[in-house]
Write a protein that binds this ligand. Sequence first.
Ligand code: FPP
Length: 247
Amino acid sequence: MYDSLKKSEQPTIPKHIAIIMDGNGRWAKRQGKLRTFGHKAGVGSLRETIETCATYGIEVLTVFAFSSENWHRPTKEVDVLMSLFMATLKSQAKRLHKNNIRLRVIGDRSKFSNNLQSKIKEVEFLTSENTGLLLMIAANYGGQWDMQQAAEKMLKKSVIDGVSVSEFELRDFLSTAGTPDPDLFIRTGGEKRISNFLLWQLAYSELYFTDTLWPDFNKEALDLAIMSFSTRQRRFGQTGEQVNEGV
Ligand code: FPP
């Protein structure tokens, strides 16, 4: 990662990074431009982040592209976000595939246009056998929605299989099923909130907040977040001594 550093000084690379890409609107406003200009610039930061994560051998990158609450934004802005999602899927599908990246979109996609739903399916299918980075785009996603739908699916399965619900693990029904929980959570744009992102999955994640606005987020900014992650001692409820002794 850092060619100039000795092996012992190399940072620990997280397996799963989750990002709230905040600050596009403010970035654009600061330049006297429309908020949507910031979202367009944000796609560039997303591309750089995906490529950096793939290069570092990170297993999963989950980004919050559109929350369940974002429908309340002005219609024009919602339309631009939807068009950007569609245009990005169209223009980047081949590149993702070439880079061995697998795409998975999490969230309630039933509210998206039929065209967008088909495009998502198409790119997920195209990349489904890839073995490199898993890119999870959270779109029309909410952590509370995720837990609710997981509980419903789990209950249904217990009725169908005729076994107690306690036989199952809720995590296996979450939209992120089969992936490790995020080790590192990053939020750009200065706010210190989780904003209904991966509520269950972030239980033991290391949280990193930066004032950098998303369109300014680049490889160097990601390196800083990973360096900060490297200095944290993850205890998962144990004492520091237990962790040090490898109990
Ligand atoms: C938050 O900034 C950002 C969003 C709601 C959308 C994020 C979208 C992108 C980065 C680009 C599109 C993504 C894909 C997958 C193509 P904000 O608008 O809340 O900024 P503000 O806090 O400055 O108002």
